[in-house]
Design a binder for this molecule. Sequence first.
Ligand code: SF4
Ligand code: SF4
Length: 179
Amino acid sequence: MSKVKKKVKVIKIDVDKCNGCRACEVVCSAFHANPKYSSNNPARSRIRLIREPLRDVYLPVYAGEYAKAECAGRDQYVLDGKEYEECDFCRASCPSRDIFKEPDSGLPLKCDMCEDDPPQEKPLCVQWCINDALTYEEREEEVEEEVKLDDMEVGLESMVDKYGLQKVMDTVARMAKKE
Ligand code: SF4
Ligand code: SF4
């Protein structure tokens, strides 16, 4: 496989600076609402706060890749004397929990770094985090060229997993007839 240069976008999370205000969830869900900024339901956000004020746990987590199945095992973390739940650091939309799923359709959500036309200069959650818990960096890396699934393919794949191929094909055929 040939190597290509790739711009890598990184959001650094400083957990100690996060106070759990959830501004990041608000702006992300509003930006991705349809029409844009018409609602701000954090359940639609691509960043979620693991938030337990009594234990002083505030952990921003970004939606990553969709996972078809639950993990076979789990990891437990204790950091600075704080115990985190087994799935707290996980970025996957997976069958074992409700986060990172579009609440109406159940389809997986994934952070797109606010890709849009034109793209955001800085991710919106970074812009809205007044505590500097989130900071943005870009760097260039050499990586192997790969064929990536786009968002529509990931969505279709998860619908096929959920409803079965035949049902999805029947629905698409019905919709095509209506047009
Ligand atoms: S906006 Fe910043 S401080 Fe507020 S919850 Fe999000 S990461 Fe934490
Ligand atoms: S970078 Fe953009 S899409 Fe990703 S979580 Fe932040 S606001 Fe949402």
